[in-house]
Design a protein around this ligand. Structure first.
Ligand SMILES: O=C1O[C@H](CS(=O)(=O)O)[C@@H](O)[C@H](O)[C@H]1O
Length: 294
């Protein structure tokens, strides 16, 4: 299967792709560049907005616009025309240590927002990362801790299994949890996949309608699909070494969009498209991305 380059975005760290069916457009962020991006598939039109801080992830907001997890906390973003962006603070995070920011996250199927934090200095390898849940427009609460680079957050189609990974080279694990959809409580944490023996570190993820868990194999140029039982089903190549996160989109939700990383200061002659956004057609459909309910 050939991955098609859809946007030669040259993102430093392209993350959090989210498909908006109402706009037939893909949004994503470039974390260090402090940018929110939009690509309208039919017209090919590209838009970008400067965000006040680095944004680790975004989720659609039920009232329109986006819930964005940044450095100091959560914001509501309302992108306008000509690059205008209204950013309203919603919740301030009390980080476990100085020098942290939000990273990967999304909403559960009931519309609660979950996102993890990490140290900007990833190389330090400290287990300072915390997983937070935000709900009722007011309550940003730490729920799990001990992570270095929390990533790969996703929910099964019935919402009753939560997935979470840690990308750091010293961890490279994906865990599954039972998830109580009524209370929003994860429990019975267990190892879903140990990715250390497999090519690529676990990065961002998406779940398909059959419950397959798709995760970017960062540093290996692969996107892996695991069955709900944790068996490797297939691995699809992308023409860059560092795919970062994937999301289903397109009119039939059957395109898997993949964002990527363009590392600074290294020879990119073997991956000139690094930092691009790619499209794969894996033969399965995704599910609509749940919005933050408030
Ligand atoms: O900043 C980030 O970087 C890592 C990828 S990498 O180690 O730089 O290759 C990624 O896992 C993480 O999600 C992202 O926020």
């Amino acid at each position: 299967m050939q991955a098609e380059l859809v946007v030669d975005a040259r993102n430093a760290t392209g993350e959090s792709p989210v498909w908006r069916p109402d706009e037939q457009a893909l949004y994503w962020v470039d974390i260090p560049a402090r940018r929110l991006h939009r690509w309208h598939t039919a017209s090919g039109g590209l838009s970008a907005w400067a965000t006040p801080e680095m944004t680790g992830c975004i989720a659609p907001h039920a009232q329109g616009g986006w819930l964005a997890a940044m450095e100091s906390g959560l914001f509501h973003l309302a992108p306008g025309s000509a690059g205008a962006l209204a950013a309203q603070p919603l919740a301030v995070v009390r980080h476990a240590q100085p020098g942290m920011r939000f990273n990967d996250g999304r909403c559960d199927r009931q519309g609660r927002f979950w996102a993890g934090t990490m140290l900007l200095d990833m190389a330090a390898g400290r287990h300072a990362g915390v997983l937070y849940c935000y709900q009722n427009n007011s309550d940003l609460a730490p729920r799990l801790d001990g992570f270095i680079v929390p990533n790969g957050l996703a929910f099964s189609p019935d919402g009753r299994t939560m997935y979470l990974s840690d990308s750091h080279p010293s961890v490279q694990k994906i865990w599954a949890f039972d998830y109580d959809t009524a209370s929003g409580t994860p429990s019975r944490r267990r190892l879903f996949v140990d990715m250390a023996p497999l090519p690529g570190r676990p990065d961002g993820a998406a779940v398909d309608e059959d419950g397959g868990y798709w995760i970017c194999g960062n540093d290996a140029g692969l996107v892996h699909r695991f069955t709900p039982a944790g068996q490797l089903d297939r691995s699809l190549p992308v023409p860059v070494k560092k795919p970062a996160m994937c999301a289903f989109g397109g009119p039939g939700l059957d395109t898997l969009f993949v964002t990527s990383i363009r590392p600074d200061g290294i020879d990119l002659s073997d991956q000139p498209l690094a930092g691009g956004v790619f499209a794969l057609h894996p033969g399965v459909r995704g599910l609509p991305e749940p919005a933050f309910a408030g």
